[in-house]
Every structure is written in C-alpha cells, then in structure tokens.
Ligand binder design. Structure first.
Ligand SMILES: [Zn+2]
Length: 290
C-alpha cells in the first residue's frame, strides 16, 4: 500500500469511528415516540408515525421566551428537538406538536408538573400534580385515508385532517384573495381552511374554493358536519375533571402550554443570609485597628 493510500485509509477508518461515536451520542439522548396521528395524516409511504426526540437546550428555551411562546416560537422549539425526522415541525399536525411538547418537557425537566387551579365558584386555589407520562393519548385509527364521503348530491370527495402545510397553504390563499379585493384576510381564512382539507378531483386550493362556494347548501352543511365528527378524535388529553374541596363544585381544568410549562424549577441554597436594617442603625464603623 502506498503512503497516500495508507493515509486515505486511515482517514476513512477515523471518519467511520467518529460518525459511529456521534451517532451513539445522539441515540443516547434521544427517545422514540409514536405520534397521536400515527403519521397517517402526512401520507408518506414509509413513515409509521414514530419520531425520535431529544431534550430541549437552554438556547431553545431562551428563544421560546423571546418569541413569547407564540405558535411560531413553539414550532421552532419543537424543530430543535427532532432527530432525523422526515417531517418539519411547521408541517406537523397540531396534536402531534402538543404530544411532542409533552414528551420533551418530561425528558428535559421530569414528568411532574405542578399547577394551581382556581374554583370558578368560590375561588379556592388547589395545587394539582400532573404526571405528564400518564396523560391519556388517543391515537388515530381510520379505515381509509383520506376519508371518502359521499355528499347528498351524490358527489364523492375526500377529507383530511389538517397538517401545518395545509394551514400555511390556506393562509397564503386567504391573503392573496384579500389583497385582490382589498379586504381583511380573516374574511377568507375559514373558507380556505375548510377547502385545504378537501380532496376534490385533483383541484388546487383556488379551484376548490370556487367549487365549494358553488355547491348546494345541503352539501356544504354535510361537509361541515363531517368535519365536526373529526374534531378531537386524536391527541393528548389536556383536561382534568376537578371537584372543589370547599364548595363541592365540579369543573374542568386544562394544561396550559405556555413558557411556564418549560420553566426549569429549582431551589438553590447557598447558606447565605442577611439582616434587614437601615443606614441610621449603623452607629459605629467596625474598628479595624484592634
Ligand atoms: Zn369552590
């Protein structure tokens, strides 16, 4: 073996050793989880809905605070915790995002979450301990996807659950139409949100909006009812039923995903104390000559 070839060979072996080592490090700190959507909503051929996530970093938490824990900031926060994921966080379904947020919270800070809830009748404050690993999750099960439905008029269309990609598409279409008619985009958001989730004869989103606005009211109501049935079918259960210890009232409370949810909770004791007083209380400076 010539010298040059020998050096190349050593380099390759070293590169393999390093890459294996790096892989082991990232494996050690990541965990697999099954998304509530089971990956079905993304319609990727080889994706079984399992993703790998790792704990969040101090920088990611700071960025979350800077972004006021907005939807966009939370999405970016999730993105930093995904390991080799075929889907970008911004393209994910909201319920999948929530499940990941629960998982990375538990991985990074522990699965215990203390929150205070207030009785809506008597204002009694109760502290509850959520066990984030024990929170109920519903996983999506469908016979066929996208879900085929036959409208009262006899037309067959298909319905999908929203992904982040659908939301982005709907928003862009609503903004385009609003600027054309010099109106507020919110006037069209609802329309484009609905049609972004319909599969009709390979139409694009603009054609679907046109189609939807011209169907019979009966068909439109049918589509809306079908979507209602798809509400809350899968995802993390964010609520807990409570009974007030003071007035016995039943109420429902839910976990708030806000910056506090990710705040590291720690108590440090350095054994330092100080005594309160005021300046006039000091009558004499300590004599250092003695
Ligand atoms: Zn009460």
């Amino acid at each position: 073996m010539s010298d040059i070839k020998c050096i190349d060979f050593k380099r390759i072996v070293l590169a393999i050793i390093i890459s294996t080592y790096e892989q082991e490090i990232s494996m050690a700190f990541s965990e697999s989880m099954l998304l509530p959507s089971m990956g079905i909503v993304y319609q990727l051929p080889d994706f079984d809905g399992t993703v790998k996530v790792k704990p969040f970093t101090t920088k990611a938490y700071k960025d979350l605070l800077t972004g006021n824990a907005s939807e966009q900031a939370l999405t970016q926060f999730v993105e930093t915790c995904l390991v080799d994921c075929p889907i970008k966080a911004k393209n994910m379904n909201q319920q999948d995002i929530l499940a990941i947020l629960f998982k990375i919270r538990a991985m990074t800070l522990g699965n215990n979450l203390k929150t205070q809830v207030t009785c809506p009748r008597c204002n009694t404050v109760t502290t509850i301990d959520w066990d984030l690993n024990a929170v109920d999750v519903n996983y999506l099960q469908v016979e066929k996807y996208p879900i085929p439905i036959v409208l009262p008029s006899g037309k067959e269309i298909k319905l999908r659950f929203p992904t982040g990609a659908d939301t982005i598409k709907a928003k862009a279409a609503a903004e385009k139409r609003a600027s054309m008619f010099k109106k507020d985009p919110s006037e069209f958001t609802n329309l484009y949100t609905i049609v972004s989730l319909l599969d009709v004869d390979n139409m694009d989103i603009i054609e679907k909006a046109d189609w939807y606005e011209n169907i019979s009211p009966k068909d439109a109501v049918y589509i809306n009812e079908a979507f209602k049935q798809m509400d809350d079918v899968f995802g993390v259960k964010m609520t807990q039923d409570m009974q007030c210890s003071s007035c016995d009232r039943y109420y429902t409370t839910h976990i708030d995903i806000w910056a506090d949810f990710f705040r590291p909770d720690s108590s440090v004791s350095l054994g330092i104390t100080s005594k309160a007083g005021n300046l006039s209380g000091i009558t004499k400076l300590p004599d250092i000559s003695e």
